[in-house]
Design a binder for this molecule. Sequence first.
Ligand SMILES: Cc1cc2nc3c(=O)[nH]c(=O)nc-3n(C[C@H](O)[C@H](O)[C@H](O)COP(=O)(O)OP(=O)(O)OC[C@H]3O[C@@H](n4cnc5c(N)ncnc54)[C@H](O)[C@@H]3O)c2cc1C
Length: 592
Amino acid sequence: MSLPVHAVALIGAFTCLLNACTSNPPPTDADVIVIGSGIAGLSAALEANAHAANVLIIETASVAGGHAVKAGGFALVGTPLQERKGLKDTPNLAFDDLMTWGEDPDPDWVRLFVENSRSEIHDWLGGFGIRFTILLDTPEDTVPRFHFAGGAAVNVIVPMLREAVTRDNLEFIMNAEAVDLAMNETGRYNVRIRNTRSGVQRNYTAPAVIIATGGFQSNLDLVRQNFHPRDSEHGAAPERLLIGSGQYATGTGIRLGQAAGAQLIRMDRQVTFINGLPDPHDPQRGLHVENPAAIKINAKGNRFVNESAHSKTIESAVMRLDRRMHWLVFDDKGRKKLRIRGAVWLNRDTIVSEILDNPDSVHQANTITELATAAGLNADSLQATIDRYNRLVADGEDLDFARFGPLSGQTGSAVQPVTSPPFYAVRLLPMTRKSMGGLAIDMNTQVIGPGNQPIEGLFAAGEVTGVAGINGSHGGSGTFLAPSVLTGRIAGRNSAASARRAGTITAAFNHPDERPRITTDTESQARLMTSAELRSLLKHQRAGYWHWERSHAVVIERALACTDCHSPDWPTKPAITLRQQLLQLETCTQCH
Ligand SMILES: Cc1cc2nc3c(=O)[nH]c(=O)nc-3n(C[C@H](O)[C@H](O)[C@H](O)COP(=O)(O)OP(=O)(O)OC[C@H]3O[C@@H](n4cnc5c(N)ncnc54)[C@H](O)[C@@H]3O)c2cc1C
């Protein structure tokens, strides 16, 4: 019996497991290679696979899903949910909203997006059992169109991953960072990967490659080099800028694309948030802090903006401030309203012990004067600002910034004065977030190369392209996740067509269910681990174990038993087989 190269590759990995790695490294051919397993890469892989391509997904992390695991909603137009709520949304309405809010988006991509979001995104995801059930209103949309699948986007990612691991001819290579991309003598692409745990390098080849590595917002050098003067009165990037994006959003795909001749576009369009608090565990990174009960204060101790205005207004007001930093000031009643986004911060006790009661993060005092001194603010002006604010709240009208009162359409009664000690001040800094530029692509998502010509066999999707310029200069709500699916699917089907032209698409084949589905570092596959061993391993960091260490620190913090997630079917070792993968996927929503 002759097996397709791909099946041999997998069996090769398996024998390696049983025979302590005596076999040769497995062959590594595919029709389409997708670099990155975020929502764009997953959409691309599923779509290419549906078009009969043998697909390999290369992922640097030990878990798939990318940013979407931490993200929220999707911009979708003309959905059943909108209809059920009696809302009439149309592509024309959405087109106008996006063009106005973004100011200079790519009109062709906006048009394609608004006309196809229902069929290409909503209905397609529905095929994997994903249901959008919550709709939020946002300032930029004339009709609410910010859709959520029950809760966060992890509810979209897990069903997509379940589908992907179940598909034949679609394989994940985990802990594999793509480090080089080049055309070889036979006209195929070589994607060189480095195993993040063992350091071993290996080549994978295919006639078509999709770069879906996400944005570059965790690469501060790249962010600074491309900071647009529009984003600040001072021209340059803020002196202190925290990292507010994912662990692996370092722009490696941009470098890979450039090595293959790609052009870049709109690199200076970046979403910078203004509410970052240095993470006590890693002060370079920012936590996303919100407190609707607080007032916002500048370095002079004055209010400077309507705290309830939409993000675009607040962001540009903060970006005009000295050093682009501001303070949230609130009282004891407002203390419980402080929120931090992210898996680790769902537990209120953690916010209290690590942030609210941590003097490095939050200043706390019994009088405004003491608070001002602790926070380095002018005591007289802070006192005057708070006295005036409290008076305006009592009178029911914010004469300074129209946060409440007749002009705002909101009454003062919902707004609390700042009167109950102790008082709190938190200094917030600007923080990187999302890329709205990157690899230039055409309407087929083919990467644009020298002479403005599309490069044969090379595609890109998702945030690495700046989601095709759909956001223009201002990020909208749900306009990253949704267009990542659309660009992913377009890249998927066009890459399959490209591989077909190159003559490599082979007939589908079937595997037994318990074959290895995921290739990870072979060395760690054989051992079982106990709680005691886990605790001692967590004492130091190992290369390639970032997610495992972070997630199992949460396991210990919450005093979970290993058997809450692991079982005889998936013991305390990497999930390799389909069954183990499906069991692992059941755990994601426990933390995300
Ligand atoms: C906290 C947060 C909240 C957000 N909320 C929303 C929201 O509500 N709505 C919305 O529309 N958008 C939101 N966004 C933005 C949105 O999540 C992202 O734009 C989107 O998920 C990007 O998807 P992607 O697949 O293009 O990239 P990513 O999700 O970044 O995936 C890229 C993948 O590629 C991998 N990778 C990177 N380099 C390499 C390499 N060299 N080799 C191999 N693998 C590599 C990464 O590990 C990652 O898994 C949010 C972002 C953040 C950070």
